[in-house]
Write a new protein. Sequence first.
Length: 278
Amino acid sequence: MKKAVSTSIVKVIFVTSKVALLVLGIASSGYCNESFYKNHARGWHWYERNKENEEVIVTHEQNSKPSAITPTQEVENIKKEAESKLHNAMIKPTEENVIEYIKAQEKIADRSEKFSEVWQKVIYKNPELDRTLKHPVSYNALHISKEEVSKNKRQKIRELSKEYGLMYFFRGDCKYCQGFSSVVKRFANEYKWDLMPVQIGDVPIEGFENAKKDNGVSTQLGIKAVPALIAVHPKSGDMIPLAFGYISESEIEERVDALVVNKDATKKAVELIRSQGR
């Protein structure tokens, strides 16, 4: 009897222990699940951060797409397209290829024409941008402009003749010197320029019978070719080479105008000529 009771008590304790263990297991499982659900916000927050990251990545990829091409790139693309079609038509000269090239050329011509039209409108509305005001192209206006330019040149030459004298180097047996001598005379008389003719050699030239004989000054100044016309400042010794060879009077005037504006460069050129003549 006692043995049966003891056995029953043991069974009860065993069952009770199993129940307790089961309850503890459930509780433990519940605790874990409860802990997870209590912290569900953390999990969802992590997921949302990933979503934001994905959005950032997508946005970055969208922003990394190439932007609209610049006008310069567009022009280059049009030119390259036309060149490509031209080369294709040259290598494969079929009617279709030639037509494609002509279309590409027409595209460029249309753009150029539109640009020219707008350019002209801008000039009409903004006359101060019109270059022809200072540099006219019509015959009558051009004639007036040339006259004004010529007048300024002549004034420069006259001013220069007050400070500089002319030295004319020639040889009597030189046909170019014979022809150029009359040009030099007219030029000197026109601008009232003091002229000193210098004869190289023993043969004189008509009209310059009283020319100075070369005493080595031509070598000193580096004169290697005749005829030669030089403007010389009597005090400073500065020289302006006006002509080497047979040129016209108008060409002499052009050279004076150019050389007077660039006196410093002319001075260096003369120094170079002198150094080479030594």
